[in-house]
Design a protein around this ligand. Structure first.
Ligand code: PMP
Length: 437
């Protein structure tokens, strides 16, 4: 198997770095251990093409949005049509009405909707809604879960060692950026995920102060880590009991697990939910949806680019495409083919790993032979070094995996042929990196 030549990527990155801070548009675009990232020219279907002319089977999906693959025809057509009508109008349009109605029909908790341009902003808006509605201030957030990069959100999203996280019952607040105002997170309470007893204890004790609990319904940032049976329903029951707003961050799970998100998949309906990434197939767009009385608690959704008509057109076309096909059944079978294949190769080469998927979201973890239960479990047991080596080698052989903790994103354009080719490459990699890991 031949390794790809990526000299032009390297040169372009070096040149860009002279002008653009760190040479990338978002910190996620370059892994910390990468000498240089692959610079891309285009994408089509399940593949992307770099500036050296190499083709890659892509499992990064632009970090989530490309649920329909690159350049999906229906979305392209809708966008081209809207371009002729104006790229931005800052006004209510017929399509905006149509999309808003549609979201209330497909998302279980959505009685009313409002919009932002990113998951970060949408979660900030959800926090504000919860505070306005309850008159309380504190927000429970779970360690290892990412909700955005603002001062208040970017807390305890990552750790190198479990010891950094502090005691389970009262975890440390970890901050991750220079310039971050720590006081901004004074009202954020950190807890470990998947522990209903501890959540009940904290909710009961501080019920007069807690406005909301925000959770990914499936923990995606080091997963998918699945909720324990009864965990989401228990959270629902507790939040109702203590008059605490339950927010599902469906920025990743939204449209990826089901059209109605993980709330539909698990049949647990939160008070508010945030959808972003995949809902407009690659256009910057986010929706905050939820119970009418909370959504109407007097919080303005401001923003010059809110409800941009290109993104609205893209989102409508995305929904129409997802409603038509048997895409979700396909994700199950493709996911199983890929993850089972990787597990078998692990056994063949005596490499300890665990790989599984939920719909279009998968994970490969080295050093563990079972799914992680929560973030601490993952941080303690996962062999990150082997994963980094695996990603580096996969890239050299034309397969792109995210550097972000083994997450795999499938698109509706991935084929059985892609999976077979991917498994052939992984076989080659495992034969190179050797067993007893
Ligand atoms: N919530 C979750 C679960 C996410 O994964 C992300 C992005 N990785 C965000 C929120 C923030 O979204 P955005 O990057 O669009 O601001």
């Amino acid at each position: 198997m031949e390794k790809l030549n990526t000299e032009k990527s390297k040169a372009l990155f070096e040149e860009t770095k002279k002008y653009l801070v760190d040479g990338v548009g978002s910190s996620f675009h370059k892994a910390a251990d990468e000498e240089y990232p692959i610079c891309l020219e285009s994408g089509k279907g399940s593949k992307v093409y770099d500036v050296d002319g190499n083709e890659y089977i892509d499992y990064i999906g632009a970090f989530g949005p490309m649920l329909l693959g690159f350049c999906p025809e229906a979305v392209n057509q809708a966008v081209i049509k809207q371009l002729a009508l104006g790229s931005h109008l800052s006004a209510t349009t017929t399509d905006l009405c149509k999309l808003s109605k549609k979201l209330t029909e497909i998302i279980p908790c959505a009685e009313k909707v409002s919009y932002q341009n990113s998951g970060t902003e949408a979660n900030m808006h959800a926090f504000r809604l919860a505070r306005a509605y309850t008159g309380k201030k504190k927000i429970i957030k779970f360690e290892g879960q990412y909700h955005g990069w603002s001062d208040e959100e970017k807390v305890s999203i990552d750790a190198n060692f479990v010891s950094e996280l502090g005691i389970r019952e009262e975890p440390n607040k970890l901050f991750h950026s220079k310039g971050q105002r720590h006081e901004a997170a004074d009202d954020i309470m950190i807890l470990p995920w998947n522990d209903l007893k501890l959540l009940e204890h904290v909710m009961q004790k501080y019920s007069s102060e807690i406005a909301a609990v925000i959770t990914e319904p499936i923990m995606c940032d080091s997963g998918p880590i699945l909720p324990k049976p009864g965990y989401l329903a228990g959270m629902r029951e507790l939040s109702l009991r203590y008059h605490i707003v339950l927010i599902f961050d469906e920025v990743i799970t939204g449209f990826r697990t089901a059209l109605g998100g993980a709330q539909q998949y698990y049949n647990v309906v939160p008070d508010l939910a945030v959808f972003a990434k995949a809902i407009a197939a690659g256009y910057p767009f986010a929706a905050i949806v939820g119970k009418k009385e909370i959504m109407e608690s007097g919080v303005q959704a401001s923003g010059t680019f809110n409800a941009n008509p290109i993104a609205v057109a893209a989102s409508l076309a995305t929904i129409e495409t997802l409603e038509k096909g048997e895409i979700y059944e396909r994700f199950e079978s493709l996911g199983e083919m890929l993850t089972k294949g990787i597990m078998e190769l692990g056994q063949m080469y005596n490499i300890t790993l665990f790989c599984h998927s939920v719909s279009s979201i998968g994970i490969i973890v080295f050093g563990m032979s079972r799914p992680a239960e929560d973030f601490r479990d993952y941080i303690e047991k996962a062999d990150v070094k082997t994963y980094q080596l695996f990603v580096k080698k996969a890239r050299e052989y034309g397969i792109r995996f995210t550097s972000r903790r083994g997450r795999i994103y499938l698109s509706s354009q991935h084929t059985e042929e892609d999976i077979i080719q991917t498994l052939q490459v992984i076989k080659q990699i495992f034969s190179e990196i050797g067993g007893d890991r």
